[in-house]
Design a protein around this ligand. Sequence first.
Ligand code: ADP
Length: 368
Amino acid sequence: EIKLTKASISAMSPAAVVPSTEIKVPKASDEASVATPDPISRDDNKVLKERQLGRVYEQAGVDIELARIIRQDMLELNPNVRWTDIAGQEEAKTLLAEALVMPALMPEFFKGIRRPWRGILMCGPPGTGKTMLAKAVATECNTTFFNVSASTIGSKWRGESEKLVRTLFQMARIHAPSTIFIDEIDSVSSARGGNGEHETSRRVKTELLVQMDGVGSTLTKTVDGKDPVVMVLAATNLPWLLDEAMRRRLEKRIYIGPPDFLAREALLRISLNDVAVAEDVDLEDIAKKIEGYSGADISSLCRDAAMMKLREKMRLLQPSEMMNVKPDELNTPITMKDFEEAMRKVQSSLSGADIERYVQWLADYGSA
Ligand code: ADP
């Protein structure tokens, strides 16, 4: 039996997926379609898998060149973020587990009235963990993970953008269960329309809407002949730019906000995991003082505090003397004074007015 793994997809060279002339889609159970010499060496195995995939792509009408680009730029092989790496966001984790992880693990159960949401939108200010949550979903349910920036599709692949979107969804079905994470979804789905809207964006948006409607389609089977489970998870910092058509497809909308007190404290601990911290450092006190900081702000704060000693040292030294500094001299525990100085420099990147705007949008359009 030949199974395609994420590793084998990435290991393929473009030439390896040049389709053969055979049209039949091989299933894992269909032994006649794949001649498996026995004993099989590792290399033989790889070539066979590549050939098999080439045939599946050909059968599904996948554009081989675009498939190569997607594998290279958008297929993330080892997102390797666990739920426990993310501080706070407990509600979002529960919701994502219910909406995305469970349906991928138990597709039989999630049918009819229990059918999965067509799409999920995470919205909230920048640096609050939306990308991390998407990666955790893929890691925890071991789905094939496509990480796509909507603004890149609209700009970089001009001319090919629509076809790229189509190919992306085809591949997601073939390699299902898959998660397609679309970041900055607002950049293709703005409500502005009319003359202001770029022609390419408009066409990409239309194709995205069409593909999202077809996510539940069972016409294309997975590589081992099953009905595909493809989940769309989108993120935006600007939810108010989404038009109604896109909103309707992202049925479940969840707010990813700045961390609360406990999450800030947890995030400080996660960020300082691999450095020494002096006894006078009171993380609870710091967590209180940094209310309104985003997760990304807290990471920068810790990085800055951890660099203080080095900076102090560099101020006192001539460039020629720096070569002689030993890492051990700098590797002293971070003190409360380091943190206080870092807090003066790294301020919250979010304003109360920004947060209010998300809360208001979710009051109008949220569904969580
Ligand atoms: P977003 O996608 O919401 O803009 P990211 O998920 O890319 O934000 O987060 C940016 C960085 O901030 C991460 O790489 C991580 O270092 C840190 N971060 C933000 N939120 C969290 C969190 N809840 N837990 C742990 N780290 C976080």
